[in-house]
Design a protein around this ligand. Structure first.
Ligand code: PAF
Length: 279
């Protein structure tokens, strides 16, 4: 496995990779969720590239950039074990030189949900992902369904900017008790960690209600809200039942596929989770 930092080294190493090339963009501190993306890329592509870059522009001033967990050595060991061919670990100066002034702005699909709660977040995500795509020139790029809106936003960007690559979205990887894997889970104290399973359980209950015939989006939102509010350590920020492609909130009956998603605080830790319902 080759590890490169500069753009020049990346371009040089990229030249000898056999196509198709799969890219797994990450911010490091890898867990099974990331590794499932690497495994999917390994299965489908002749070459696998991973990037590790904690992207400052997707954090707001009140968010946890300085304390965001990092462990490069462990990440590289894990990537090597999964058969990654090339890892790019650019510095902040490489990604955002002093005179940086170009941004990618995806409009409608960035407005609700995470976009409404985290102003500027998706501008940072799309800009860095566009830079990763431009530099690595992958044939396929792998993202997790855990960040469902991010995947929708990136799909929109790829379509609008005519990138010649395929976006692959892989299923959420969960702990045995249902908690979705996330680098932020380490911030939970033991009581919060136990309480956090309420996300999975409330989404599962709503999905079951849908399977039992409930089609009113508001009933499902209400059901999740009540479950979350019954957990004293959880503070619901938003619950949404939206069209899974446009992310527009469904007002009455669910037709086609819906994305049930939410953000919940446990102390200072903000967790997101989601489930697709219908087809
Ligand atoms: O999902 C993430 O880890 C990040 O948002 C990404 C896609 C690597 C961009 O920084």
């Amino acid at each position: 496995m080759k590890v490169v930092v500069s753009l020049e080294e990346l371009w040089e190493a990229r030249r000898s990779l056999k196509p198709p090339v799969g890219l797994v963009p990450t911010m490091g501190y890898l867990h099974e969720g990331h590794l499932s993306l690497v495994r999917a890329a390994r299965q489908e592509c002749a070459s696998v590239v991973a990037s590790i870059f904690v992207n400052p522009t997707q954090f707001s001033p009140t968010e946890d950039l300085s304390t965001y967990p990092r462990n490069l050595k462990r990440d590289l060991d894990l990537l090597e074990k999964e058969g990654t061919d090339l890892v790019w670990t650019p510095t902040e100066e490489i990604m955002y030189p002093a005179d940086f002034q170009t941004w990618i702005l995806v409009e409608e699909v960035t407005k609700p949900l995470e976009g409404a709660m985290r102003p500027g977040h998706f501008r940072g995500v799309t800009t860095v992902v566009a830079k990763l795509f431009n530099a690595v020139q992958p044939d396929k790029a792998y993202f997790g369904q855990k960040d469902a809106q991010q995947a929708a936003v990136i799909r929109q960007m790829v379509q609008d900017l005519s990138y010649k690559l395929q976006i692959v979205v892989c299923p959420i990887v969960r702990e045995a008790d249902g908690l979705a894997m996330s680098s932020r889970n380490i911030y939970l104290n033991p009581a919060e960690r136990m309480a956090a399973t309420v996300l999975y359980h409330s989404l599962s209950a709503a999905k079951q209600a849908y399977a039992d015939g409930e089609r009113q989006a508001d009933k499902l939102r209400q059901m999740v809200r009540q479950n979350i509010e019954a957990e004293p350590l959880a503070k619901l920020q938003y619950i949404s039942c939206a069209n899974s492609l446009t992310l527009r909130e469904i007002q009455d009956e669910i037709q086609g596929q819906a994305l049930l998603s939410m953000a919940v605080f446990f102390g200072k830790t903000r967790l997101i989770d989601n489930m697709l319902i219908g087809d």
